[in-house]
Design a protein around this ligand. Structure first.
Ligand code: IPM
Ligand code: MG
Length: 368
């Protein structure tokens, strides 16, 4: 019997509700497929601030260090919005945990099931067949973490602040490798997005990405696009892309754009993979839904659990090497949608079911 060891960090808002569904899905699948869960819950984000005085308490960090993966809910909410920006749960929990585990590769699959095509703000004719684009975002470099990062008052009294965008060859190479691996399992197309007409980091980015793809797999069709054009092309014709490979800030922006054209944030999962291997020799990773804490519907059994469940599937795939089990979860979610189950966010104003019922429907569709 295989045991999968991970920490679960439900966080704030809808986090705990959707986490509980994801854990039930994993437990049920485990019982049927011969694996068991060894998982404990730890505080992160706003609840970390309230209970331990820190958005990323030491106890949470050390538990994650002992685990093979992290299943993450979401953090933040109105209660903590008046804190200084650097102390707010999003920044004070997410950025340091990414850095602590060097989670440099953020995979955000943009999937729109054809059944949900009417949720996309794009024209029906553009999305009739659905959307399937994978955004591979560099997550621990670039302007998010570059130094100097500062704010000062000048002699004349005005303020000046600095962010620094910086990339090294090795950082670009390792994220390109991830994109190449991902593309080789898909349509073998990578579009690398940069701003090489303006930024030095992008000139380096473009050169290293080209060389790296050529070296790793010359059969991959690779293209380069400036970020402004990519933002436009994504709404014009999203399916021209297979894998989008880009640096940290461009990836932040484009992945939100991808999320909205895919209809609902409640459907989008993500994986952030580290340099380290876990005790099983797979990638250590953090798996989280893209949708945030949705404080307006928290605690009301209204949240869509699909993104959290799909994040658990990504965890099985990347941190535990359980491809078959990951696909089983993804198929169950797809079938749940096909069979007409809708949480409120994807109900287009028609009838909807609650978080729990959506979860039960997914569980009913797992392989026996
Ligand atoms: C994301 C978020 C974070 C980011 C914020 C909350 C720090 O927007 O995961 O995309 O900018 O990376
Ligand atoms: Mg973002």
């Amino acid at each position: 019997m295989i045991t999968i060891r991970f920490t679960n960090l439900p966080g704030d808002g809808i986090g705990p509700e959707v986490m509980s569904v994801a854990l039930k899905v994993l437990e049920t699948l485990g019982l049927r497929n011969g694996f068991s869960l060894q998982t404990s819950e730890y505080d992160i984000g706003g609840i970390g601030i309230d209970r331990h005085g820190s958005a990323l308490p030491d106890s949470t960090l050390s538990a994650c260090q002992e685990a093979d993966a992290i299943l993450f809910g979401s953090v933040g909410g109105p209660k903590w919005e008046s804190l200084p920006p650097t102390e707010q749960p999003e920044r004070a929990a997410l950025l340091p945990i990414r850095k602590a585990f060097e989670l440099f590769a953020n995979l955000r699959p943009g999937n729109l099931y054809p059944e949900l095509a009417d949720l996309s703000p794009l024209r029906p004719s553009t999305v009739a067949k659905g959307i399937d684009v994978l955004c591979v975002r560099e997550l621990t470099g670039g302007i998010y973490f570059g130094l100097p990062k500062s704010r000062e008052t000048l002699a004349n009294g005005e303020e000046r602040s600095i962010d620094t965008m910086v990339y090294k060859t090795s950082e670009i190479e390792r994220i390109t490798e991830i994109a190449v691996k991902a593309a080789s399992l898909r349509e073998k197309k990578i579009c690398s997005v940069d701003k090489a007409n303006v930024l030095e980091t992008s000139v380096l980015w473009r050169k290293v990405v080209s060389e790296c793809i050529q070296r790793l797999d010359p059969t991959i069709e690779s293209t380069h696009m400036y970020v402004d054009n990519a933002a436009m092309q994504l709404v014009r014709d999203p399916n021209q892309f297979d894998v989008i490979l880009t640096e940290n800030m461009f990836g932040d922006i484009l992945s939100d754009e991808l999320a909205v054209i895919c209809g609902s944030l409640g459907m989008l999962a993500s994986a952030s993979l580290g340099t380290g291997k876990n005790s099983l020799g797979h990638s250590f990773g953090l798996y989280e839904p893209a949708g945030g804490t949705a404080p307006d519907i928290a605690g009301k059994n209204l949240a869509n659990p699909c993104a959290q469940v799909l994040s658990a599937a990504l965890m099985l795939r990347y941190s535990f090497g359980m491809e078959k089990e990951a696909s089983a979860i993804e198929s169950a979610v797809k079938q749940t949608i096909r069979d007409g189950f809708r949480s409120v966010d994807i109900s287009s104003g028609s009838e909807f079911v609650g978080t729990d019922e959506m979860g039960e429907a997914i569980i009913d569709r797992l392989p026996a």
